[in-house]
Design a protein around this ligand. Structure first.
Ligand code: PXP
Length: 237
């Protein structure tokens, strides 16, 4: 199972002083040297963490793969086509939210989504959709032209009791199996950390996990290479 590291919060910290440090590009390169198979950046409409210039510099510097998380807007479509990440992950975005809340509402946006995805794929960029672990959203993602789905693990990460945790994990397992049977590649992400990642090693259909906040938070205490190593130790099959 591969690990993709989201470096948004290196930019959050840099923006606290609005000077140069810490540099998201340096973080991306260090993450790659520490075993990350890809770098994830979410260019938000309000540019609260990653900024356009960060994205361009990360694109130019990294040698693994770039996953650009973005909302379904005309502006982001142009950014994607110009930047040419290997992968675009479509996420819902609300200005006031602290982080992405919930999977993309595929059904509600289906017609627009089909139009939106086509030019991105025509430019050789793979498309993933961040969805709830539910069959309908997965089927519609496939029909809309997605190559991949990222299953939303936020609710799983918030579970407290054993029964609730197992129920949510089963939902993720079933969704991963279904997505593979539809011919989609499967990623999982949101709220994953050393505390809750272990069961994912056994879900064979999930080929990558995307982790940001927990790794960057832990890196503040033990350093980025060690924070990445902790996760890799838990997901290596
Ligand atoms: N995947 C998606 C689609 C996200 O929006 C985020 C948050 O930016 C993540 C993964 C990473 O979540 P976390 O920062 O909780 O690890």
């Amino acid at each position: 199972m591969r690990l993709a590291v989201n470096i948004d919060h290196i930019a959050t910290l840099r923006n606290a002083r609005n000077e140069g440090d810490p540099d998201p590009v340096e973080a991306a390169l260090l993450a790659e040297r520490s075993g990350a198979a890809g770098i994830v950046c979410h260019l938000r409409e309000d540019r609260r963490h990653i900024r356009d210039n960060d994205l361009e510099r990360v694109r130019a510097a990294i040698t693994t793969k770039l996953d650009l998380e973005m909302a379904m807007t005309a502006e982001m479509q142009s950014v994607a086509i110009r930047t040419k990440p290997e992968l675009v992950t479509l996420v819902p975005e609300k200005r006031e939210e602290l982080t992405t809340e919930g999977g993309f509402a595929i059904k509600a946006h289906y017609a627009a989504l089909v139009e939106f995805v086509k030019p991105i794929r025509d430019n050789g960029i793979l498309v993933s959709m961040f969805v709830e672990p539910e069959q309908e959203a997965i089927s519609l993602s496939k029909q809309a032209g997605a190559d991949m789905v990222e299953l939303h693990t936020g609710p799983y990460s918030l579970c407290t009791g054993e029964a609730e945790l197992e129920r949510e994990l089963e939902r993720i397992r079933n969704a991963a199996r279904f997505a593979r049977s539809e011919g989609l590649a499967v990623v999982a992400g949101h709220g994953l950390s050393v505390r809750n990642i272990a069961p994912f090693r056994e879900i064979r259909e999930i080929e990558e996990v995307s982790i940001g906040h927990a790794i960057i938070a832990r890196a503040a205490f033990i350093g980025l290479p060690a924070a990445i190593a902790e996760i890799l130790d838990l997901i290596r099959r």
